[in-house]
Design a protein around this ligand. Structure first.
Ligand code: ATP
Ligand code: MG
Length: 558
């Protein structure tokens, strides 16, 4: 999707914008109205975010309107829980539909009237064929279909039968209403598609009013046309359905029928996106609900700590195209890093702690040191952190026998403790299993940070927290839920799960982090960006989700 700047000066428009320009110039439309039409049968994911931001962005760009419409024509799978979550996600992404919230089921009466009109015009008929027979009659890509034996029923008989379908006189599957188009069409979608089926089911919105329900290909164009949508933007798999879309709005007699335009789905390499698969992970209890931070559901991304602007940036970078492309998750990580780098305070947290004792530290003394919150963003100010002779440092910042180019702590080596002093490792202790338990060092009082000391330099700087007042925090580290080596799917269609997608550790953190509120985001120095979990974090007992590490192999495409 082009940003507003690029679109307004006429450059770098995507192909949809170019088509809209043509339609406005030719007078086919005098306004732009778009919609996002989710089926409320699951939570939204990053692919939906692309569709939402594209549709909303176009409406904004052309001074038009944007509708949120629930495509709730299928009563079996739909739940109001999903309706609520979708509304929340759309609003969170900033796609303001300004109260223009609609339900396809609100148009059931109009759809029924249109079906009657088609019957009266000889464009639809009631069929007695079973689903199996309809499939057999349909033909294949290489063979034409066969006409339905009921194809030439009279208008009167069709009207009577369809009315009786509506009145509940037939069982599920006993009758259908079919469009009368062309059983020899090269496009299978045009071979007398089903418009209505009998289904004795309660609907979340209309209750038991209906026992016939419209099929998607009949309902969707009518929903668009009734609302006055100009450009009905959908994904490529509907390209072959476009002739049917056009047929429905034409035969229904809409004066300014909407225009369907297809674009390629957003597809992330080695990431589970399809609603169906996410649903299975939830139902199998492999993840902690639809908003598990390992998922790319919008609620999962939100809970993980992603921002709406990072998602928008990612979607913009991915662009809008007619040909299927594959995007890297690393690009999404790049976008959130860019967003958070200047925005978050850089805090001290040790994820894999080992004790560091400064043997020559004066007993009982605690110093307060000034720690800048973010050197890239002075507006974030600074804070005080305490320092004394017993600290926690990262286990990986000490090595008994260091390899070449290891500049952190090892016996005899000197490093800087961030914001504080130079320390030199003098010895260490191990337990019976050979695990290092305490590292001893001495500090040089002349080397205090900010004192201007420059008599000698050190190559390594490590972070720490003061043992006396450090708090304990639960920290969750994530990997892809999929085993990337093996790809997303097994041969039988099941998912290749990574058993290490979630690691939980107890970290020592500076006291300020103990007061974190849901969705507060921080950089933990050298460890990445973290977000206080909105479900499990409590003041005094924080739980942090790692949003993304600091390191990246991602390079912006030229
Ligand atoms: P899924 O494929 O995950 O099951 P869906 O297409 O069944 O999703 P809908 O609720 O029918 O989900 O989709 C609502 C809108 O979102 C549709 O216009 C659809 O084309 C669009 N959409 C769905 N997935 C993607 C995607 N990966 N990229 C872009 N748009 C998408
Ligand atoms: Mg769908």
């Amino acid at each position: 999707m082009g940003t507003e700047e690029t679109s307004l000066n006429g450059e770098n428009k995507n192909f949809i914008e170019l088509e809209i320009d043509k339609d406005l110039a030719s007078g086919r439309f005098d306004h732009v109205m778009t919609r996002f039409p989710p089926e409320p049968n699951g939570y939204l994911h990053i692919g939906h975010a692309k569709s939402i931001l594209l549709n909303y962005g176009l409406a904004k760009e052309y001074g038009g309107t944007f509708n949120l419409r629930f495509d709730d024509t299928n009563p079996t799978k739909e739940k109001s829980e999903f309706v609520e979550s979708i509304k929340e996600d759309v609003a969170w992404l900033g796609a303001d539909y300004e109260g223009r919230l609609y339900f396809a089921s609100d148009y059931f009466d109009q759809m029924y009237e249109i079906a009657l009109k088609l019957i009266r015009n000889g464009k639809a008929y009631v069929s007695d064929l079973t689903a199996q027979e309809i499939r057999e009659y349909r033909g294949t890509l290489t063979e034409p279909g066969k006409n339905d034996p009921n194809r030439d029923r009279s208008v009167e008989e069709n009207l009577d039968l369809f009315t009786r379908m509506k009145n509940g006189e037939f069982a599920d599957g006993e009758k259908t209403l079919r469009a009368k188009i062309d059983m020899s069409s090269s496009n299978i979608n045009m071979r007398d598609p089903i418009l209505y089926r009998v289904a004795h089911m309660s609907h979340q919105n209309t209750g038991d009013k209906w026992c016939i329900y419209p099929m998607y290909d009949f309902a969707h164009p009518i929903e668009d046309a009734v609302e006055g949508i100009s450009h009905s933007i959908c994904t490529l798999e509907f390209e072959d359905h476009r002739p049917l879309y056009d047929w429905v709005v034409r035969e229904a007699g809409f004066e300014q029928p909407p225009r369907q335009i297809e674009f390629a789905k957003l597809y992330l390499k080695n990431v589970v996106t399809g609603k169906r698969y996410i649903k299975k992970l939830v139902e199998d209890g492999i993840v902690d609900g639809w908003d598990d931070p390992r998922l790319v559901s919008i609620s999962g991304l939100r809970r993980r700590g992603y921002t709406p602007s990072s998602i928008k940036k990612f979607v913009d970078m991915a662009g809008v195209s007619k040909s299927q492309a594959v995007n890297d998750y690393a690009a999404l990580e790049y976008c959130i890093r860019e967003d958070l780098k200047p925005a978050c305070a850089r805090m001290l947290a040790v994820l894999d702690p080992v004790k560091l004792v400064i043997d020559n530290w004066p007993e009982g003394v605690t110093e307060e040191l000034e720690a800048p919150n973010n050197l890239e963003n002075e507006a974030l100010g600074s804070r005080k952190v305490t320092f004394s002779g017993e600290l926690w440092i990262e286990r990986e910042d000490f090595m008994e026998e260091p390899p070449k180019k290891y500049y952190r702590l090892y016996p005899g080596n000197e490093v800087r403790l961030m914001y504080a002093y130079f320390v030199t490792c003098t010895s260490f202790e191990k337990d019976e299993n050979g695990k290092v338990t305490v590292i001893h060092c001495t500090y040089d009082p002349e080397t205090k940070s900010g004192s201007g000391f420059n008599a000698r330099k050190v190559k390594g700087t490590i972070h720490w927290v003061n043992a006396a007042d450090a708090g304990e925090a639960t920290v969750r580290l994530y990997e892809n839920i999929i085993d990337e080596e093996k790809g997303v799917y097994n041969e039988d269609g099941s998912l290749n799960l990574n058993p290490n997608s979630l690691t939980t550790v107890t970290a020592y953190v500076e006291p300020a982090l103990m007061k974190a509120k849901a969705f507060d985001r921080f950089q933990f120095i050298r460890n990445g960006f973290f977000c206080a979990d909105c479900k499990d974090s409590r003041e005094g007992a924080p739980v942090f989700n790692r949003i993304v590490s600091l390191k990246s192999s991602f390079r912006l495409p030229k």
